[in-house]
Design a protein around this ligand. Structure first.
Ligand code: ACM
Length: 632
């Protein structure tokens, strides 16, 4: 019997197969054939003897060796290889630079690509075809190491498939950064955007500007809710932070290269520059900047209801000060050779002009350069920085604020405040990377705030999965791809970083790699669950929020109505109002609940097929009233 199954297209028809084959991101074409391949206890890998392939082979060897304990060797030519990786002599136009063909038969496995990157991605797919225990670092003797017989043709939808990681708000070690890169590469994400500087710490060694890291990399220690932290006390030691030496950076770049990940460094200027100003106060337009501290997470802006803010301190570099351009030249002179990637990100976001408006130097610059608005002042700055970046043989990319007040012809734009700026920039023939808050901000909560560190917005997995890097109205030719952003104000450690990254980055990976027409939410959820089992083995933390209920409260104080829903299909919700903990023998939710008189707590849990699956959520009356907008 031949089962020919294009996974997403006929998902319901071949669900059994889908439970076994659960590749994220979904391949372009997957045909399942009869039978399985079983790994023999002595394995030979044949692969071209090229440095860019050797790292891929070592990666595969190590995974197999650790989990199976089998004997494994590799060579450039083998009589009967178990797994054969080869590069095309004649280029296959369909699969391009990063694509691959993977075939497994009862006798062997072959992966063919045009370039080494394709072999790396083919190996990632092979690992996902193997049983989940392949993720184990201990030998798993009971496992049948079988791979279904398949023929896969696969290549990415976009060349830019990114994750941004903010290491300024909280510092993450070199090893933690490597672990992050390793995990993203497993899902064919290939662009690591490294947010290296911000108000809370300058994280990259610049030898000609040593104070950036001796002073600018450290802040006082605070724990709790970032944003509400107390200011440093007089003489309080700045003992939290760290930075990467240039040797560290080279090591991380090499590590990423072996996984076909490019690194985009970001130096966020002219706003978000408090750490640099603390190191070199003369870079500010504002008198008294020498009294500033590296931000510890204390309140520095007054936010207004319309989303605008008033700056309480001046965290901007002064565009009217020539020393700023000398400073930036030094920074980019040292940074550019460290990162082989063609772009440098120069930030440009959320630059407050409140202090510029009070500056005589800015007024004089505006007069001299005939600048009419504060946005034009920022645009003047962006064009000057663009020249510096170009002089280091790099291309400039910045957050979408760089469009305001006029943008240099060759600047690329990262669209984050929704999609509109990205659409506009493509129509102005600028290259664009889409990373809109609406779909890709992984610092946002992914479930109910009763279970998450509180952030001001929520982005559920199902919404992330709707991300399309080519929004309506955009000129698709100028869209380089998409990425998700992980800001770390509320992410203080690597376990929580993982929790915020996964599973939403599975969704991002599928949105930027797989053909749009293959997207299938229910099928994706089933694959996510298979990945969860792998993460349980490898020890990577993930969020189970998709199993928890969604609360919507409406009504008046005497008539509070609570509606419960689930993000994924097939869950039952059980609840109580009597303070006891519900199980599947309690009332099952079927329609909107009216809050009973005098009840103080709604306890809720989800079950699937009679087994508990969600986390217990205890929702107090006061919280529901607040969400319903009921005044006390
Ligand atoms: C940003 O989120 N401020 C780019």
């Amino acid at each position: 019997m031949l089962c020919c199954c294009y996974l997403s297209a006929s998902y319901a028809f071949c669900q059994d197969t889908a439970a076994h084959i659960a590749i994220i991101p979904e391949p372009v074409k997957l045909v399942q054939n009869t039978g399985t391949f079983t790994l023999p206890a002595t394995i030979t890998i044949e692969a071209p003897d090229l440095p860019a392939v050797t790292s891929t082979v070592q990666f595969l060897e190590q995974r197999i060796k650790n989990a199976t304990g089998y004997l494994i060797s590799h060579s450039k030519q083998a009589a009967a290889p178990t797994i054969k990786l080869s590069l095309n002599k004649t280029v296959d136009q369909i699969i391009g630079i990063e694509g691959y063909l993977l075939t497994s038969t009862p006798t062997n496995i072959t992966i063919v690509a045009n370039q080494p990157a394709g072999l790396f991605y083919g190996v990632q797919t092979l690992l996902q075809l193997l049983p989940k225990e392949i993720e184990s670092n201990l030998v798993m003797p009971e496992v049948k190491w079988q791979v279904p017989c398949v023929a896969i043709t696969d290549y990415p939808r976009f060349g830019w498939r990114g994750l941004m990681f903010d290491v300024s708000r909280h510092f993450f070690t070199k090893q933690e950064v490597k672990d992050f890169i390793n995990q993203m590469a497993r899902y064919k994400l290939n662009l690591f955007h490294w947010h290296l500087t911000d108000d809370e710490g300058w994280r990259v060694e610049i030898k000609s500007l040593p104070l950036l890291t001796t002073k600018g990399a450290m802040r006082v220690t605070r724990t709790g809710y970032f944003g509400d932290f107390s200011k440093p006390l007089p003489n309080e030691p700045a003992d939290y932070g760290g930075f990467y030496t240039q040797e560290d950076i080279k090591e991380v770049v090499e590590y990423a290269k072996a996984r076909f990940v490019n690194i985009l460094p970001e130096v966020d200027v002219p706003g978000h520059s408090m750490a640099a100003i603390v190191a070199y106060p003369e870079l500010s337009c504002t008198p008294g900047a020498d009294k500033y501290n590296v931000r510890a997470g204390e309140k520095t802006n007054e936010w207004h209801d319309d989303g605008t803010f008033t700056a309480l301190v001046d965290n901007t570099l002064c565009p009217a000060n020539e020393k700023v351009y000398v400073f930036l030249d030094k920074v980019f002179t040292e940074l550019a050779p460290l990162f082989p990637f063609e772009y440098i990100h120069v930030g440009g976001d959320e630059c407050s002009k409140d202090f510029w408006k009070k500056s005589d130097a800015i007024a004089a610059l505006m007069k001299k350069e005939n600048l009419k608005t504060m946005n034009e002042v920022q645009s003047y700055f962006e064009k000057r920085i663009g020249k510096i970046v170009a002089s280091k043989k790099k291309k400039l990319i910045g957050w979408d604020e760089i469009l305001e007040g006029g943008i240099a012809d060759d600047a690329a734009v990262m669209s984050w405040r929704g999609e509109q700026a990205g659409v506009q920039a493509t129509n102005m023939k600028h290259e664009v990377v889409m990373s809109p808050t609406t779909f890709t901000y992984l610092d946002y909560m992914q479930g109910d705030e009763a279970l998450e560190p509180k952030v001001y917005a929520t982005l559920r997995l199902n919404k992330t999965y709707e991300f399309d890097p080519v929004p309506a109205g955009a000129n698709a030719k100028y869209i380089k791809g998409g990425q998700a952003n992980i800001w770390t104000e509320q992410i203080a450690n690597t376990r929580h970083l993982q929790y915020m990254t996964w599973p939403r980055s599975f969704a991002i990976a599928e949105c930027v790699w797989s053909p749009k027409e293959k997207k299938n939410w229910n099928g994706f959820v089933q694959k996510v669950e298979q990945q969860f089992k792998r993460y349980d083995i490898s020890g990577v933390k993930y969020s189970p929020s998709m199993y928890d209920p969604i609360f919507t409260a409406k009504g008046t104080s005497g008539n509070l109505q609570v509606t419960l829903a689930t993000e994924i299909e097939g869950l039952d919700i059980y609840y109580t109002f009597d303070n006891s903990f519900p199980d599947k023998f309690y009332p099952k939710y079927s329609s909107t609940l009216t809050w009973p008189k005098d009840a103080v707590m709604l306890n809720v849990i989800t079950y699937r097929k009679g087994e508990p699956i969600g986390r217990l959520i205890s929702m107090p009356l006061s919280e529901m009233q607040e969400r319903a907008g009921i005044k006390k």
